[in-house]
Unconditional design. Structure first.
Length: 242
């Protein structure tokens, strides 16, 4: 009769621990898109640049070979931001907040100072999108100011069964990019570097035009005209669809 030794029992415990750790690791959800600025993990279909989103969703102006597969830009910025400028034909469905109180706003409608926010309900957000975009295979490009809020929105829609959700990475306004530059050397001759803002348009001035999004650096067309069928209607008035 076989009697396990202490060494064999120890080996068995180690193997079980390794197997358990491997299983736990395998069960962790994939994170193909790590949004470092927000700490969010994106697990939607893929990323897309503003220029590609413009070419695929706006530029054809209705000349799609299959109208049912026409890409839709879903602008999840707050209502004042959407009113200040948005891609032609983009739906406005704010997420994760509908409105933010503030005294001063940027030219793009965003608050220049912090203020109270009216949050958007996750379930209400998904329901709203399902009303305006019923086909789950419709290409949806989520857009916000800097490509952070749109990550959460894209994840929610993916969870709801939408199969072709892409996040417009740079956002409508974008952010200032930085790059390390040697500014001095210490006593040992080691380089001292500082992250400096990149002058994207090479005009010698650092301002909003150097932000890397749709409106500024890409310089893509946008509109301020509001079309009733594209404007967000608060959840309190959603009964008119039923």
């Amino acid at each position: 009769m076989y009697t396990p030794t202490k060494r064999s029992l120890l080996s068995l415990v180690v193997l079980l621990f390794v197997a358990s750790a491997s299983t736990s690791k395998a069960e962790e959800p994939p994170c193909p898109f790590d949004e470092s600025r927000s700490g969010l993990c994106g697990y939607y279909h893929s990323q897309i640049s503003p220029s590609e989103a413009y070419i695929k969703a706006v530029l054809p102006q209705g000349r799609w070979s299959n109208p049912l597969q026409r890409p839709v830009i879903l602008d999840v910025r707050s209502i004042p931001e959407y009113k200040a400028g948005h891609p032609e034909g983009a739906y406005n469905v704010p997420y994760p907040f509908i409105y933010q109180t503030c005294e001063i706003r940027h030219p793009d409608g965003a608050c220049a100072s912090s203020g109270e926010r009216i949050p958007q309900d996750d379930v209400a957000f998904v329901r709203y999108v399902q009303r305006i975009i019923p086909r789950k295979d419709t290409p949806i490009y989520t857009l916000c100011r800097t490509g952070v809020r749109s990550v959460g929105a894209a994840n929610l829609l993916t969870d709801a069964g939408y199969t072709h959700v892409r996040n417009i990475w740079e956002g409508f306004v974008g952010i200032h990019l930085t790059a390390p530059k040697v500014i001095d050397f210490d006593a040992d001759g080691n380089a001292i570097r500082e992250n400096l803002i990149v002058d994207l348009n090479h005009d010698g001035v650092i301002d909003d035009r150097d932000k890397n999004g749709w409106r500024y650096h890409y310089g893509l067309p946008y509109v301020t005209r509001l079309r009733p069928q594209l404007i967000y209607r608060d959840v309190a008035y959603m009964y008119w669809w039923d």
